[in-house]
Write a protein that binds this ligand. Structure first.
Ligand code: FES
Ligand code: FES
Length: 143
């Protein structure tokens, strides 16, 4: 798969030096999801305080796209309210559809824009974001 060089560097950096990889001592919610097409999996933990994602960590095994996307997503959502986090998830979906999107909050997410040209890879890139949506849903239902 061919991605712009700069974007590829950002993705590989997040893959090799993942941000927020590990587990939280005090998590509010844990979501385990896998990508049915390949079996790769992610476990996402969110710490939530008063409708805000105060911390996020992930673990799991997957390809460079899925793991770098999880690394970026966890960086991007820290400190965001549920609404803000869901808005970013919407923007990310739009990016995967090839729509022009600006991530003023966390520009590194742009690095995954080229993935929309590879339909099979879109599932890799969205795995972490789907886990985020699910985690927020669960928190909203339990309150
Ligand atoms: Fe090209 Fe994974 S980076 S297939
Ligand atoms: Fe499995 Fe990308 S190939 S998540």
């Amino acid at each position: 798969m061919q991605l712009d060089d700069l974007y590829r560097r950002v993705i590989m950096d997040h893959y090799k030096n993942p941000r927020n990889r590990g587990t939280l001592d005090e998590e509010s919610v844990t979501i385990n999801l896998n990508n049915p097409t390949c079996g790769d999996r992610i476990s996402l933990q969110l710490q939530v305080v008063e409708g805000k994602v105060t911390n996020a960590k992930f673990s799991g095994e997957g390809c460079s796209i899925s793991m770098s996307s999880a690394s970026m997503m966890t960086e991007a959502v820290k400190g965001k309210t549920f609404d803000e986090a869901l808005e970013m998830a919407e923007k990310f979906s739009a990016l995967m559809k090839g729509e022009p999107v600006e991530f003023d909050e966390y520009e590194e997410l742009d690095a995954l824009s080229g993935v929309n040209k590879f339909p099979a890879r879109i599932k890799c890139a969205t795995l972490a974001w789907n886990a985020l949506r699910k985690g927020i849903e669960q928190q909203q239902e339990s309150h």
